[in-house]
Design a protein around this ligand. Structure first.
Ligand code: ADP
Ligand code: MG
Length: 349
């Protein structure tokens, strides 16, 4: 089982695997750790701190470890495109008016962000950057920004003012008003996870897990007849390891957004990192968490934040309108709400 957010794989079913092995295969497989078809009983793993979080990749396919190391490096490649804070990134240059010609990949993600702006009627807005850059949730000593600065910054938040035009050479031109600052923090990890999955599949990894700090994407099935078990962390758990749910999934993504990811208290008031584009302050919508199950992780990352900003009723309606997407919402009294098809993914012993 893997714990979402905690990166700790729990090796389950060793006994049953060993029993099955001793009955059906030769001793050679004990030595190699393979159970046929190049499937490993213990995954190859690589881990590193990237994208401001712990990233871990597991392969149950027997491939060279360098494949996983190279896949991990894609985090750096994409950070140099999508980061709002890294001064060498493409997005930074756009936000600081150093260029208005952008790559197809940056245009693709911006366009996805704009579409969810439309879907959520502006409750989700990737031009939140002018405001989100005032809030520093990662600081050792976070502070509520000056209210006047928040009000000023709000005048630059409007996703409808951002326009993309395709150029003949495959690049795009982006037009947005002076002062607009794009923040792709709500959606980039999902997109990067999908690209890492593409890379791994191209290099013969047909069973594995990509975990970008709790943004989990599974490749294939753990082994024939065994799904991946993904644990979703209980928000604000005292011991830091309790789970609110365990999901049994194949070849799909599990992404959570919530108030407990990055927050601080000031004068006993709670502040978290998902901001209301009409006030500039954190949303206060009585939700702790939204977890999305979807086939790709871009959709999962977008919808987890979008459903959080829409709140329980509108968010759940949105999920019900999609085929093949399920959600679990947790309100701030700990109650869980499931979309109509979520039940089949809940792991029950
Ligand atoms: P995490 O980054 O913890 O995975 P999310 O995917 O929910 O969490 O994204 C939260 C991030 O989204 C914030 O840190 C900020 O960069 C950005 N953001 C905050 N409020 C909004 C909003 N209303 N619309 C779009 N993006 C937002
Ligand atoms: Mg998100």
């Amino acid at each position: 089982m893997m714990k979402l957010n905690l990166l700790t794989p729990v090796k389950r079913r060793w006994l049953s695997i060993l029993t099955a092995l001793s009955m059906s295969v030769s001793a050679l497989f004990y030595v190699t750790g393979c159970i046929g078809d190049n499937v490993l009983t213990t995954p190859i793993t690589v881990t590193d701190y990237k994208l401001n979080t712990y990233v871990r990749i597991y392969s149950y396919s027997n491939v060279r470890k360098e494949i996983l190391t190279d896949a991990l490096k894609l985090c750096d490649t994409y950070e140099h495109i999508f980061s709002r804070t890294l001064a060498s990134s493409e997005l930074y240059k756009v936000n600081h008016k150093e260029t208005n010609i952008i790559s197809r990949e940056l245009a693709t993600l911006i366009n996805i962000g704009l579409e969810y702006g439309e879907i959520s009627n502006g409750a989700f807005d990737i031009t939140i950057g002018s405001v989100s850059s005032l809030w520093d949730f990662t600081s050792e000593t976070p502070r509520v920004p000056d209210d006047n600065k928040i009000k000023q910054a709000l005048s630059f938040v409007d996703y409808t003012q951002v326009h993309l035009t395709e150029n003949s050479d495959g690049t795009y031109t982006i037009d947005m008003p002076e002062g607009t600052c794009l923040d792709l923090g709500a959606i980039a990890k999902g997109y990067i996870a999908d690209r890492i999955k593409d890379y791994l599949q191209e290099h013969n990894v047909s069973r594995g897990i990509i975990n970008l700090g709790g943004n989990v994407l599974c490749i294939g099935q753990k082994k024939n007849d065994t799904n991946f078990s993904i644990g979703v962390k209980q928000p604000f758990a005292q011991d830091g390891s309790s789970l609110m749910e365990t999901l049994s999934i194949n070849d799909s993504s599990v992404v959570s957004s919530g108030t407990y990811e990055r927050y601080f208290y000031e004068n006993d008031k709670f502040y978290h990192h998902i901001l209301n584009p009409s006030t500039g302050y954190p949303y206060d919508n009585e939700l702790w968490d939204v977890t999305i199950l979807s086939s790709d992780s871009t959709t999962g990352d977008c919808l987890s934040t979008v459903c959080f900003v829409l709140g329980l009723d509108k968010g759940m309606n949105l999920i019900e309108s999609y085929e093949g997407v399920e959600a679990i919402f947790m309100s701030n009294d700990g109650t869980k709400y499931y979309s109509s098809g979520a039940d089949k993914y809940i792991f029950r012993q």
